[in-house]
Design a protein around this ligand. Structure first.
Ligand code: ATP
Length: 324
């Protein structure tokens, strides 16, 4: 392997820049050329490449977003699109890839690898932590900190006005963000897709906490929660059912995807970038790098894509106990 191409794809997440930096620097360390590919698969098809040396990634370890930009490419989902991408890579002399993205990006990489036997390694970049094979995806820790900070601020206004706040956090179909942020912010209830609390139990719990002397409360709701109502309908329902709280809703939204990466995410990105490059140099391909028990490991793409990341059930119990 002489030239590695690195790109960010799908939804962006904090720490992607730190991972690009790590890939570029690891290449420089091992005397391999590195090319940045702009706008994910879109830029690959167009041949939008830039050569990157160790100095070209200075000052980005602390930056949110991705300097390489990200995109979703319809064309790459077609054989013709992927053929074009392959031709562009060959033309530029790029002979291996590091893709930083989510499961969609890995699926694309896996198909590309099957079709052209092109060496590729993945780095899981998403705030949702919804990828099997790693306890932490890149950006997840930063998103937790951003959401907790936001909820702390909402709590100030909630307690000043004796209000009940429903706060929706991101996480797609999994409750990792909601569960951790809920415990971290001391939420009264946490609604996640993995556990159906049910509307009756929610009302009962809120009435109980009102009786126990609480004047304000926070309920953290995962965006993928399936209680059967969206967060606004849920708030209306609770207000109509006489829990004696004045109810408000806050959807944290895309702010959770931005900002300077936490120290944890910067370190994780650095380790993942080095591991991805060194795995390619070891002749490995078609794997995602991940973290388990503080050790870097590799998971085959098909398992990473198909497997389910599990939430920590202990946290549910901890939350139940601490909201006594
Ligand atoms: P996130 O989950 O954070 O949004 P992601 O990587 O899952 O990130 P997607 O939009 O699902 O985001 O995928 C990114 C890109 O990967 C797509 O725009 C497409 O170009 C490519 N891709 C996804 N699935 C396939 C597929 N089945 N075949 C070929 N390419 C694919």
């Amino acid at each position: 392997i002489k030239k590695i191409g690195v790109f960010t794809s799908g939804g962006d997440s904090p720490g992607m820049n730190a991972a690009v930096r790590a890939v570029v620097r690891a290449c420089a360390y091992h005397n391999i050329q590195c090319f940045g590919i702009y706008r994910g698969y879109e830029g690959m098809i167009e041949g939008d490449f830039v050569e990157m040396d160790a100095r070209s990634v200075k000052g980005i370890i602390n930056k949110g977003g991705t300097i390489l930009k990200s995109a979703r490419s319809k064309e790459f989902r077609t054989v013709e699109g992927r053929k074009k991408a392959h031709e562009q890579l060959i033309k530029a002399g790029i002979d291996a890839l590091v893709v930083i993205g989510g499961d969609g990006s890995f699926t694309g990489a896996m198909i590309f690898n099957q079709e052209f036997n092109f060496p590729v390694m993945g780095i899981p970049g998403t705030i949702d932590n919804d990828i099997y094979g790693t306890t932490h995806t890149l950006g997840y820790d930063t998103a937790l900190n951003t959401a907790v900070e936001a909820i702390d601020k909402i709590r100030d206004t909630a307690s000043s006005h004796n209000r009940l706040f429903f706060i929706e956090v991101m996480g797609r179909d999994v409750g990792h963000i909601a569960l951790n942020v809920g415990v971290g912010a001391g939420a009264e209830e946490i609604l996640i897709p993995e556990e159906d609390l049910g509307l009756d139990r929610l009302l009962e719990s809120l009435r109980r906490s009102k009786k126990s002397g609480k004047s304000s409360s926070i309920v953290v709701v995962a965006e993928g929660d399936r209680i059967g109502k969206n967060v606004f309908e849920l708030a209306d329902y609770v207000e109509e059912n006489k829990t004696e709280y004045e109810v408000r809703v806050s959807v944290l939204g895309h702010m959770q995807r931005g900002g300077s990466p936490s120290c944890f995410d910067r370190v994780l990105a650095s380790r993942m970038g080095v591991k991805a490059v060194e795995s390619l140099l070891d002749g490995k391909s078609n794997y995602m790098v991940g973290l388990k028990n503080d050790v870097m490991n590799l998971t085959p793409f098909d398992q990473a894509v198909k497997g389910k990341s599990k939430i920590n059930m202990e946290l549910i119990r901890v939350s139940d106990i601490l909201t006594v």
